[in-house]
Design a protein around this ligand. Structure first.
Ligand SMILES: Cc1ncc(COP(=O)(O)O)c(C=O)c1O
Length: 392
């Protein structure tokens, strides 16, 4: 059975060109770039080329830094904990101790749980509530800023519903107030144009596997002059900000994927969106009692989060999987009970309906034939599950 991957907000397929380049760096170009011998020296220009491509993808000028990390989890943890550490009541904090943080109630767990941890160790955190479409306004941020605010961390695009937040306005409000601004841009990069300079943020996180690069590599953009404390101490890699031998094949693969993502942004905005809309319109017009989650307009072009009333999301995923279709839910299976998605609850969706939501996310590798196949099987699958739920 052919398998159709519609879970691209979780992990995209590694692009064939990125996979080929990585293979080379795993087998013949394996020198450690920190070494002074030929093997190491040979990898340096290639590494530089990959970094240049990554800088271009996120619109970072050469004067700013990009710290290569193991992904957005590390980048998010690094920047948030770094700002907290820099504000500890030590001599190094230069007396500028601030202890208030602003984030939102729809952040990815890598941001949300990091702030929860900071709260446990003494930080004060404001979690801004989103509106029913999953949007947060610059006015909300402005109203929450205080002279004690050390950092605002707000995502650019949401991973469950695809909503795109007004980051430029939010960052401008932070800039005016002299407060540092971080954005988790993981879900936006490769789907919409992202330019760290235009956004005017201080820090920006990303992960390669969301734009057809390899898993386990990503980065943290750091605007020139912004402070960053190391999270890992040890070697002198990354200007002493992140000790550890560089993941050369990963960085090379991320570079190739970055170039392709930049080249294909227009395709995302047109073809990927057309296919997503085709699936969405079919569902809205042909299946009764469905509810679209997130903002219909301000949304990444590949994401469709939709709840099918009286059709349990996990059961739907299972049935789709039987037919070769891989989608996902916002729900996570907690150890004892099925927890509903925090993001969907933040939209004000009731708990029962949030369990009925499914996310289909496309990529530039999704074909029209695949979407037609999904359209051909979905109504019968929903009908069957609804009949079971009604006890017919
Ligand atoms: C918005 C967002 N932030 C952070 C992450 C974490 O990325 P990684 O697991 O690659 O570190 C993800 C991954 O799902 C994400 O969607």
């Amino acid at each position: 059975m052919k398998r159709i991957y519609l879970d691209n907000n979780a992990t995209t397929m590694v692009s064939p060109a990125a996979a080929r380049e990585m293979e080379k760096f795993n087998t013949t170009h394996y020198g450690n770039p920190s070494s002074l011998h030929g093997f190491g020296l040979d990898t340096r220009p290639e590494l530089r080329k990959a970094l240049d491509r990554i800088y271009r993808l996120i619109g970072a000028p050469d004067s700013d830094d990009v710290l290569i990390t193991s992904g957005a989890t590390e980048a998010n943890n690094h920047v948030i904990k770094s700002v907290f550490m820099a504000n500890l009541d030590t001599e190094a904090s230069r007396g500028a101790r601030k202890n208030h943080y602003i984030t939102t109630n729809i952040e990815h767990p890598t941001v949300y749980k990091t702030f929860q941890y900071l709260e446990e160790i003494g930080a004060r955190v404001t979690y801004l509530p989103c509106d029913k479409n999953g949007l947060i306004s610059a006015e909300q941020v402005k109203a929450a800023l205080t002279d004690q605010t050390a950092l605002v961390s707000i995502m650019l695009a949401n991973n469950e519903i695809g909503t795109i937040l007004p980051l430029q306005e939010i960052a401008a409000a932070c800039r005016r107030a002299g407060v540092l601004m971080h954005t988790d841009a993981t879900q936006a990069i490769g789907k919409i144009p992202v330019n760290a300079q235009d956004l005017d943020v201080d820090y920006l996180s990303f992960s390669a596997h969301k734009f057809h690069g390899p898993k386990g590599v990503g980065g943290l953009y750091v605007r020139r002059g912004r402070r960053l404390e190391p999270l890992f101490h040890g070697g002198e890699q990354m200007a002493n900000l992140r000790a550890g031998t560089l993941n050369v094949p990963g960085i090379i693969g991320m570079g190739v994927a970055a170039q392709e993502a930049l080249d294909d942004l227009n395709y995302e905005a047109t073809e990927v969106k057309r296919l997503r809309d085709k699936l969405e319109n079919f569902i809205l017009q042909n299946i009764p009692d469905v509810f679209l989650n997130g903002d219909k307009q301000k949304r990444t072009p590949n994401t469709l989060n939709i709840a099918f009333k009286d059709c349990e999301g996990e059961a739907l995923l299972w049935d789709l999987n039987e037919r070769g279709i891989a989608a996902s839910t916002g729900s996570a299976c907690a150890s004892e009970e099925l927890e509903s998605s925090r993001v969907l609850r933040a939209l004000g969706i009731d708990k029962a309906l949030s369990h009925m939501a499914v996310r289909f996310s496309l990529s530039r590798f999704t074909t029209e034939k695949e979407i037609d196949y999904v359209i051909s099987v979905l109504p019968a699958v929903i009908k069957r599950l609804r009949e079971i739920s009604e006890g017919k």
